[in-house]
Design a protein around this ligand. Structure first.
Ligand code: OVV
Length: 408
């Protein structure tokens, strides 16, 4: 941080892009990122974020172009602020998220075959039954916390079983994911608070990734079966299973929670969805555009590059504001509106390019099944209290979302 603040100014002037004093990981920013995005987008296509010593891009065109150009904007030096070429990573790097081709393409190909449409279709009846049972329980309650009782409850009922992790201690998955996503940011107080309690969760996840602890027939075992055929080593399999457990829970938890927040605060859109249940897919997709669970990821430049007149030297960290791109008025009409009429395709809530979310079909399945269970049962969803935020360096997260529902 020292180096960033003393050298930022002359470097930024030489590069000819605006220097911004905003820290995108301070608590005020994390609590309400959307209040800050406009000024970053409007400052220019590329900005220098002197507080963190990184470039930033918040407009749709530049974010999408950077995601597309994985050779210039690499992932193998980490997708957080830490440059793995210079600093020890928080944990051994992911073989997907924090890897470049050719390694990335081998691991991604193997994982794509496991998380296939066929595999998901096989799970559909069970996952639909869970969604319907949960919706019935919520109707009994009428008033509930849409985070604990739905956003967390649903993924926790279906996802860990699909992977095949032990039943005992599963709540550690949430602690682990929060720490993992915090670790992409600076070592600030938000990171330290999560990290202080993550020790048991890290140990639990490490055990859960081992072959003998994974249930036969699950996606975890399937990764080891790929190792048996020589597609990867068993050490790699262990770390690939870790990716499922890192990326598959807190993301969908907050994705589903934000979808409920969107619908509770846009009653006309809920009404429309009930009249046209075929819009369920779009309702989930638009909620991801409107409030993107994964707010940001970094890339590292693998060569010197010039963007709109700004020269970015090799080895620079570049913060991509996915959520700001998803509300860029240069790309979206009335971007702050949650709108089921919108063509959502092209949003970067799942990223873009070779690293685009491996689990996106799983996330969509979960979101849609939750909606399909609620639509016929629930006439109205309304807030029953103030939503409470949970600060995270990467995720836009909700701690609690009190709602009340009226039966259909
Ligand atoms: C997208 C994502 C987030 C966090 C962890 C991972 C992936 C991983 O591959 O471990």
């Amino acid at each position: 941080m020292e180096r960033a603040s003393t050298q930022a100014e002359p470097q930024a002037l030489a590069r000819g892009c605006p220097t911004l004093p905003v820290d995108p990981f301070d608590e005020a920013f994390l609590a309400d990122p959307y209040a800050h995005h406009e000024s970053i987008r409007d400052a220019g296509p590329v900005v220098w974020l002197e507080r963190i010593g990184a470039f930033g891009m918040a407009r749709y065109a530049q974010v999408q172009a950077a995601l597309r150009d994985h050779e210039t904007y690499c992932s193998g030096r980490g997708v957080g602020l830490a440059d793995f070429a210079k600093e020890e990573p928080w944990r051994p790097p992911s073989l997907l998220l924090e890897a470049d081709p050719p390694l990335h393409d081998r691991t991604r190909g193997l994982m794509n075959r496991i998380v296939s449409l066929k595999a998901l279709k096989a799970l559909r009846p069970t996952w639909a039954a869970h969604a319907e049972a949960l919706a019935d329980e919520l109707l009994e309650k009428r008033r509930f916390d849409a985070v604990a009782d739905l956003g967390e409850a649903y993924p926790m009922r279906v996802f860990p079983d699909a992977i095949g992790v032990p039943a005992e201690g599963r709540e550690q998955l949430l602690v682990y994911a929060a720490a993992t996503f915090n670790a992409f940011g600076p070592r600030n107080a938000v990171f330290e608070r999560g990290n202080a309690i993550a020790g048991d969760a890290v140990a639990w996840v490490a055990q859960a990734c081992k072959r003998e602890n994974l249930a036969p027939g699950g996606w975890g075992r399937a990764v080891y079966e790929a190792a048996d055929t020589g597609e990867c080593t068993s050490e790699e399999a262990e770390r690939l299973v870790r990716s499922f457990l890192s990326a598959g829970v807190d993301t969908t938890v907050n994705g589903i929670s934000h979808m409920i927040l969107a619908l509770a605060t846009h009653p006309d859109q809920w009404e429309r969805l009930r009249a046209e249940p075929g819009l369920a897919k779009r309702a989930f997709e638009e909620s991801l555009r409107w409030d993107s669970t994964v707010q940001t990821f970094f890339r590292t430049t693998a060569r010197d590059v010039t963007v709109e007149g700004t020269s970015i030297p090799e080895g620079s960290k570049v913060l991509l504001f996915l959520a700001a791109a998803n509300r860029d008025p240069r790309r979206w009409e009335a971007p702050d509106r949650y709108d089921l009429s919108r063509a959502t395709s092209g949003h970067v809530g799942f990223g873009f390019g070779i690293h685009q979310c491996l689990g996106q079909m799983v996330a969509r399945f979960e979101g849609e099944l939750v909606l399909e269970a609620l639509i016929p049962r629930v006439r109205e969803i309304r807030l029953a209290g103030e939503p409470e935020r949970r600060l995270n360096n990467t995720l836009h997260a909700i701690a609690s979302l009190p709602v009340e529902i009226e039966p259909a």
